[in-house]
Design a protein around this ligand. Structure first.
Ligand SMILES: C[S@@+](CC[C@H](N)C(=O)[O-])C[C@H]1O[C@@H](n2cnc3c(N)ncnc32)[C@H](O)[C@@H]1O
Ligand SMILES: *[C@@H]1O[C@H](CO)[C@@H](O)[C@H](O)[C@H]1NC(C)=O
Length: 245
């Protein structure tokens, strides 16, 4: 608890065993946060399934419905730390099912996770720690790392540190989303898709206009695993603008 409300709650931050949690010396806000963590079914499930963060279930829920992650695709995960979305992407993308057909090479996907923070290494993913998605130099690094400089899926669960000012946080997140769209313009394959978190607010229309000019089938969803009181929504797009038959 670094003084601001963490947008991604690290599963290991709370012991889920039956031992009593020490509330003494903790502020009322910290106590509320701990109690909510302990009773949150998604935190429990993340712990049981070894996901680094409960947010894994947001991507699982979206992808179970829209089926965007498939073996062999190349995926960029923006704002990847601590790495739960990348874990899900690797599972769905890399065909690591113990299935072996002699003489047949199953397609192997590629997952690149990036974050301004450090990301703990993860089997099957390439991780770019300490990289800011709003920097054009980061886009160049990504283009070099991607197979054929192209991505099939771009994920963004990025969030700014909460300032406490709703409109300011909204503006910052929209700026980050626009950087993701710049990246999509450079590397996303026609027919590729995008899942992008945003917070509703004054600039949401501007964001949606830019999206509609680039993508078809723009949808807004709120997964069950996204807390009710949270303003976050996810935009999902299939980039069908320039599909060559
Ligand atoms: C909600 S967390 C992501 C959780 C992640 N999807 C998971 O499942 O583990 C948001 C992340 O966005 C990152 N972030 C914020 N601004 C960024 C930027 N400009 N470039 C890259 N990452 C950024 C934060 O450091 C933070 O780790
Ligand atoms: C959030 O705060 C942490 C710790 O102060 C910092 O390292 C990180 O870069 C900040 N994230 C953003 C998106 O500004």
């Amino acid at each position: 608890l670094d003084g601001y409300r963490k947008s991604c709650i690290h599963v290991s931050a709370v012991s889920l065993k039956k031992t009593p949690v020490h509330m003494k010396g903790k502020s009322a806000a910290e106590q509320r946060w701990l109690l909510r963590q302990i009773s949150d079914p998604f935190v429990k499930a993340a712990h049981a399934q070894n996901y680094r963060c409960r947010s894994a279930f947001k991507l699982i829920e979206i992808d179970d419905k829209y089926r965007l992650l498939k073996p062999g695709l190349s995926v960029i995960d923006c704002g990847a730390a601590p790495g739960a979305w990348s874990q899900v992407a690797v599972q769905r993308d890399m065909n690591n099912i113990p299935l072996f057909i002699p003489g047949v090479d199953l397609p192997k996907g590629s997952v690149i996770g990036i974050d301004i923070l450090h990301i703990t290494p993860l089997d099957g993913a390439q991780l770019l720690s300490n990289h800011d998605i709003t920097e054009p130099s980061t886009h160049m690094v990504l283009e070099r790392l991607l197979p054929e400089a192209r991505a099939d899926v771009i994920l963004s669960d990025m969030a700014p540190n909460a300032s406490g000012l709703r409109e300011l946080d909204h503006e910052r997140l929209v700026t980050m989303c626009l950087s993701v769209l710049d990246l999509a313009d450079k590397v996303l394959r026609p027919g590729g898709s995008l899942i992008c978190k945003y917070w509703d607010g004054a600039l949401a229309r501007k964001l949606q206009q830019r999206l509609s000019s680039m993508f078809q089938n723009v949808r807004t969803v709120k997964p069950r695993a996204s807390r009710k009181e949270s303003a976050e929504l996810f935009l999902i797009h299939n980039y069908k603008g320039e599909v060559v038959a």
